[in-house]
Structure formats: C-alpha cells, structure tokens
Design a protein around this ligand. Structure first.
Ligand SMILES: *Cc1c(COP(=O)(O)O)cnc(C)c1O
Length: 434
C-alpha cells in the first residue's frame, strides 16, 4: 500500500516510511492511496478481536509486514478487553468501553500499536518521540513506550489544563519518558511540535518522530474497535447502528469513517464536539473558521484546529455521497454534558464527561429522527475515575479510585515548565537531549 502526503502530492511512501516519518513534508499528513474494501464482513465479525484486526489491517501494510508479524504485534498491543455494555432503562443503547488499557483511555489502542511498529521498524539509532497531548495521549504514549530500548519520549501538555490525576498518570514515570508543561493551550503545544518537525536543526539530529494521532499507525489501529462493536451487536443489528464519537482532534471519527469505507455497515456516525465546534460549524455553514480554544469539562476535546479533519475531507472527495449521508457533527453544551452524566448515573452507568457527551449527542439524534429504534453505540473514551473531580461535583457522591490510579496519586511529578515560545523549546531539546 502506498501512502500519499495530502499536502505535497509528490511525496509517496510505504507504511513503514509513513510511520517513521509521522508527518510528511510541509507538515502534510499521510493517508492511504486507496482504502481497501473487505469482503465477507459477516464472516469477519465471527472472528475474535485480535485475529479479525490482523485481517483488517493486513491490506494496509502487506508489503511491509507478514501476516504472522502483524498478528504478533496486535497480540501484544491489544491485550485488554473492550466490552459493549447495554445501558439499563434504554432500548438498544450501548456503551463501547475502550478504556480498559493501562492508561484507562481509548488512546491505548493507537499508542500501543504504534509502539509495536516503532519496535519493529526502528534500527539501532535512538528515536525521539515528540508528542503534544491534551491529556490522555500523554498517558497512553508514556505507558506504551516506557522502558523501550532506543526510544525516548518527550510529551508536551498545557499546564493546568489536564486534571491532576491525568498528570499523575504520565508525569511520574521518568526513565525514557520526559514531560513538559507548556504555559499555553493544547493548540499551542501542537504548534510547538509542528515547528520542531519542520526545523532541520532538530528533526534530523534528534531522529524526531511523532506519536500524535497524526501518525497513521495510531489511526489504523482504531479502525479495529468499530468492527468489534459490530461483532458484539451482531451483523444484522450492526447494519443500522448509529455510532457517536466524542471528538477533539478527530482521529477517532476518522477511524470510524475508514471502517465504514472498508465495508463496515452502519446507519451513521455522529462526531460530537464540545464548545470547540469548528467542524460542526464547517459542515453546517461551509466555512473553515477556527476560533480560539475554550476550556470545557471534556478537556481532551478542547481542540479548535482538529488535525485529522483533512483526512476525512480526503475521503469525502473520493466518495462524496457516502460522506454526506454517513457523517454528522453535533456540538454539545456543558449543561447537556452534565445532564447526560446525571441521566446515565440514574440508569446505573457511571460515565466520564467525554463518554457522557457522546451519549448526549446520540440521544438528541434518537429523539429527533422519528425512525424505528436501531442500535445506538456511544464510544466511552476514558475511565470515569480519571475525571473523579467532575463526577463527584456533578453527582454529589463519593467515587472510589481504581487500583491503577490509587497507585500513582502520591507519586512526585517530574515535569519541567516552559513558556509557549519556540526558541526556548528548541533550546531545551538541543541542550537536554542531544
Ligand atoms: C483524545 C480524546 C478524545 C478525542 O479523540 P480524537 O480522536 O482526538 O477526536 C475524546 N475523549 C477522550 C477521553 C480523549 O482522550
């Protein structure tokens, strides 16, 4: 499979190169030349998750990895469960729980598969993985790469804009993981990372690579869990299923659209955003008009320049009809997110704010459509305990920490602080890492 740089059409690479480069020339994102279409979806849904995932991903990387190599990588990356849980009191409403990995967020899927790819592809030279995070990517990347030989990870995050518990999850590891708190928002962190990638003083000498959702390996790994949701629903129910995806940088929604292009049937996919609604406004009005980022309860989605949206547009260009019918974007208010947390709790389901926001978008769609009820799945992207402060405040009840979190609460933060200033950041990289 060839991968094209969406911005620089002359840059064409294979899977290995796309993974190792992360970002292409002129900050262009790589995207498969052609999305493979799978046959016998019904048969595919009968396989177990890892076996099926190998069959889904093989066509994207068949020239680079043998089926057995890929299977081994997926066994190591996808070593946790992903249950589809029915919500009591609602007909055919399901929570797809993607947060049972080591960092308690869905980003473990992408980060762990990417880690496997780096192990497989990296030579003897040390690679520097440079990543901006609005919270959960940091933890997933830190845990996926911690202790790997010839890899060091540098993780930037907006100071004060991730929860204290989230920070504890990824800023206390040390070793080959370093974390930098930037005095700015997530978009500022993302911009610093992009600037480093286009800086020849840094990129080559430090062997820079990215673990953000701009890396195509992460995105492709995420395609697999949409098929798993369908498998657990059953083929017939899956044909008319609605998926609601809490969206920030739009990697998750892009993966859902790729799954659909590959042949996974669905009724539609709802990309649900918070007040950072660049995409809903774009789809409604036709103007790409990002505003400054607003802080919300769903901080992992506080993104006003969603990097991955251009990949969805790329697919839309190829098949405009499919795109128009299958994807909606919906903005959910803070009040509606809180109301969803409360409503789900009254059904006996404790959801983190991001998952609750997706639920709110799903239920709006349900009440407005007037169609017969079909299966409705909201993607649960983080474990509720990661947002214990919000949940305790909203629900007015005590919530106990799971083992994974209780273990990090008292550890010391190892992050350093930097201004939102590229020269200062560059200087730090060159003096500390070379
Ligand atoms: C990253 C994240 C999102 C947003 O996912 P995108 O792929 O960036 O749209 C949603 N919820 C949680 C908990 C996240 O960590």
């Amino acid at each position: 499979m060839r991968y094209n740089n969406i911005r620089v059409v002359t840059e064409q690479v294979n899977f290995r190169q796309a993974v190792m480069r992360g970002l292409g020339q002129d900050q262009g994102l790589f995207f498969p030349e052609k999305i493979p279409v799978l046959d016998d979806i019904e048969g595919l849904l009968k396989l177990d998750f890892v076996t099926r995932s190998q069959k889904i991903l093989q066509p994207f990387m068949a020239d680079i990895l043998s089926p057995d190599e890929l299977l081994g990588m997926l066994e190591r990356a996808f070593d946790f469960e992903l249950p589809l849980v029915p919500v009591a009191g609602h007909e055919k409403v399901y929570a797809l729980e993607l947060f049972h990995g080591p960092s308690l967020a869905f980003k473990d899927f992408g980060a762990r598969f990417l880690g496997q790819c780096f192990e497989q592809f990296a030579g003897a030279q040390t690679q520097t993985i440079l990543t901006a995070t609005s919270g959960d990517t940091g933890a997933a990347v830190a845990h996926a790469f911690y202790g790997m030989k010839n890899i060091r990870a540098v993780i930037l995050y907006p100071q004060g804009k991730v929860t204290p518990l989230q920070e504890k999850l990824f800023c206390t590891l040390g070793g080959n993981i370093s974390t930098i708190a930037i005095d700015g928002d997530f978009d500022a962190c993302q911009q610093l990372v992009k600037s480093a990638f286009s800086d020849t003083d840094i990129r080559g000498p430090l062997n820079l690579n990215s673990a953000n959702s701009i890396n195509i390996a992460r995105l492709l790994a995420q395609v697999c869990y949409y098929f798993e949701a369908a498998a657990q629903l059953g083929y017939v129910a899956a044909k008319s299923a609605v998926y609601s995806v809490p969206s920030g940088n739009f990697g998750n929604a892009t993966a859902g659209m790729i799954a659909h292009y590959m042949g996974l049937p669905m009724q539609c996919l709802i990309a649900a955003t918070n007040a950072n609604d660049t995409v809903p406004r774009f789809l409604a009005e036709g103007y790409w008009d990002p505003r400054s980022t607003v802080a919300t309860l769903t901080n992992a989605m506080d993104v006003s320049l969603p990097n991955n949206f251009i990949r969805i547009q790329q697919m839309a260009q190829n098949q405009p009809d499919l795109f128009v019918q299958q994807m909606y974007a919906r903005k959910i208010s803070e009040a509606a997110t809180e109301a969803a947390i409360v409503e789900l709790n009254s059904c006996g389901y404790l959801a983190d704010p991001h998952s609750a926001l997706a639920y709110a978008a799903l239920m709006q769609d349900r009440t407005n459509s007037g169609k017969p009820l079909s299966a409705a799945v909201f993607l649960c992207t983080a474990h509720p305990a990661k947002f214990i402060q919000t949940l305790t405040a909203t629900l007015n009840k005590e919530i106990t920490l799971p083992q994974e979190l209780a273990a990090v609460v008292d550890k010391q933060l190892l992050s350093i602080k930097l201004a939102n200033d590229y020269p200062a950041f560059k200087n730090h990289l060159l003096t500390r890492l070379r």
